[in-house]
Design a protein around this ligand. Structure first.
Ligand code: DGL
Length: 279
């Protein structure tokens, strides 16, 4: 048994979809979340920058004595996971392998779509893993950069979202996909709209659920599950306004965040505030 918390991070609020699933599947584990709200989005940034930010956050979580780091951000998972694994002494879990396994869960799956940020799609992390596991599978990948701001601005149920989905997904609808991986933290909030657009027959893969399952397996395999005699706690850290994080984050977490502890670590722990060494 191991009562240390699990660390989870994302470029912003999106990783709260993973926290929500972790809470459902692991009700007794303590969770520490870091949302890099000051530096979001990662999806349009370069590889060295994404790696550097991801490592800084991993170091911060390690300073909080976490027993595992969950990279809830698809972009950071695509570009920094192996790098972080080499740098960290605790297990580091990403969202890509769980999503790929879920997409290929059925033997008959042959055509898989992947949608994500520019950086995720450009990295080919999903495409290469899918082809490694199923060589004869057809993979169609599409970057959908406008979907993140549409979700963050709460425009999911508006004609703007409908137009964006039409623009990005029309070519995928014509490809008769068996499964579509929602390879971005924000897309689960568009799941209904995407399902309605693509019609029946396409299984939508939400990596959050699968990632929580993998975290459970790793905890059990390494015998580091937490005590089961009390509800798990949650601490939320951000690199910019806690108020904005709470407001935008609620739909991702699926419940109000009034009770949660939000701390501003911009100066103290990332060393990026006005009193610290500038970047
Ligand atoms: N969290 C990012 C991801 O899942 C989306 C937002 C961003 O671009 O930082 O890829």
């Amino acid at each position: 048994m191991d009562d240390r918390p699990i660390g989870v991070f994302d470029s912003g609020v999106g990783g709260l979809t993973v926290v929500k699933e972790l809470r459902t599947q692991l009700p007794h584990e303590d969770l520490i979340y870091f949302g890099d709200t000051a530096r979001v989005p990662y999806g349009s940034k370069s590889v060295p920058v994404i790696r550097r930010f991801s490592l800084e956050i991993t170091r911060f979580l390690e300073s909080q004595r976490v027993k595992m780091v969950v990279v809830a951000c698809n972009t950071a998972s695509a570009l920094a996971l192996d790098f972080l694994r080499r740098q960290s002494s605790v297990p580091v879990i990403g969202v890509i392998d769980p999503g790929v396994r879920a997409a290929l869960a059925h033997e008959q799956v042959r055509a898989v779509g992947v949608i994500g940020t520019q950086a995720t799609i450009r990295s080919e992390a999903y495409q290469s893993r899918l082809l490694r596991l199923r060589a004869d599978c057809q993979v169609v990948a599409k970057a959908c950069p406008l979907l993140v701001p549409i979700v963050e601005e709460n425009l999911v149920a508006t004609p703007i979202a409908t137009l964006a989905l039409e623009m990005y997904l029309a070519e995928l609808r014509d490809r008769r996909l068996d499964a579509l991986i929602l390879a971005c933290t924000h897309y689960p909030l568009l799941k209904e709209a995407i399902a309605a657009f693509l019609g029946t027959g396409v299984t939508l893969i939400d990596s959050a659920e699968e990632t929580a399952r993998e975290v459970t397996e790793v905890l059990q395999a390494r015998r580091i599950t937490g005590p089961a005699d009390r509800p798990g706690t949650e601490e939320f850290y951000v690199s910019d306004s806690p108020e904005a994080f709470m407001r935008v984050g609620e739909p991702f977490l699926g419940r109000p965040m009034r009770q949660v502890f939000v701390e501003h670590v911009w100066k103290r722990d990332l060393g990026l505030g006005p009193d610290a060494t500038p970047l």
